[in-house]
Design a binder for this molecule. Structure first.
Ligand code: GLN
Length: 256
């Protein structure tokens, strides 16, 4: 009987040791898998002030700073890849980037290709016109030439509402606004914060009072990166809660 007890105790001890050893292994398993070990690679299109734009050689802006804080929380180093807006989702899908953060609007169509974090900002699609434009409200857009940035929601909605033939696509917002200034298009539909920045930087332009669409911005992930998505989302929500995101937004967008 004693022998049996001793055997039983030995079995329990071995089992405990195995579980214990497993514990240290599982620490490794907990390490977040990213495209490049130790880095959080974010794809963006750095032509979208105040969310992402260049200050010298560096990409700065609301998204860049929020992502920096998220990376910090996850113990990763942020790496930003500046690519065209329409290659962000394919790049995230194919596992080239860990996430896409680019003032990106959540849409049902995009949800078929990628997963989204919780939303961290509201975007508004605005219409920029020349100061002396006959376009007074969005009711005057029928038959007008509308400039947009390729594959953005401005592009998608305008193409749906006014027909592809009336929409002229540009690589970025700056090029669309340059076309407006040169009378090559009658207006530009673009998110309101970049719209404000472009109107400020170019004389003779204004934003219509009427909003074209109101939308939510979020970070996108591959459908295969659910663990990373959850961790980033948790970090994002902590940053929302402790006021860090508001602080970053206030730094870039003057509260009026
Ligand atoms: N919010 C718009 C979209 O998601 C535009 C984003 C952008 O140009 N960076 O389509």
């Amino acid at each position: 009987m004693k022998k049996l007890l001793a055997f039983a105790i030995t079995v329990v001890l071995i089992a405990t040791c195995l579980v214990g050893c497993g514990g240290s292994d599982s620490k490794d398993d907990n390490k977040l898998e990213t495209v490049t070990e130790g880095k959080l690679t974010m794809a963006t299109n750095a032509e979208f002030p105040p969310y992402e734009f260049y200050e010298g050689e560096k990409v700065v802006g609301i998204d860049a700073e929020v992502a920096e804080k998220i990376a910090e929380k996850l113990g990763l180093e942020l790496e930003i890849a500046d690519v065209s807006f329409d290659s962000i989702i394919p790049g995230v899908q194919s596992g080239k980037y860990d996430m896409g953060m680019a003032g990106m609007t959540v849409t049902d169509e995009r949800k078929r290709s990628v997963n989204f974090s919780d939303s961290y900002a509201t975007g508004i699609q605005s219409v920029i016109v020349k100061e002396d434009s006959p376009i007074k409200s969005i009711d005057d857009l029928d038959g007008k030439k509308i400039g947009v940035q390729t594959a953005t929601t401005g592009d998608i909605y305008a193409s749906d509402d006014y027909g592809e033939d009336n929409v002229k696509r540009f690589e970025n917002g700056a090029a669309a606004v340059a076309a407006l200034t040169a009378n090559k298009v009658d207006c530009v539909i673009i998110d309101n914060e970049p719209a404000k920045a472009y109107v400020e930087a170019n004389k003779g332009l204004k934003i219509l009072d009427t909003e074209y669409a109101v939308e939510d911005y979020a970070i996108c992930f591959s459908k295969d990166s659910e663990e990373l998505q959850k961790k980033v989302n948790d970090a994002l929500n902590e940053l929302k809660k402790d006021g860090s995101i508001q602080k970053i937004v206030d730094k870039y967008i003057n509260a009026d």
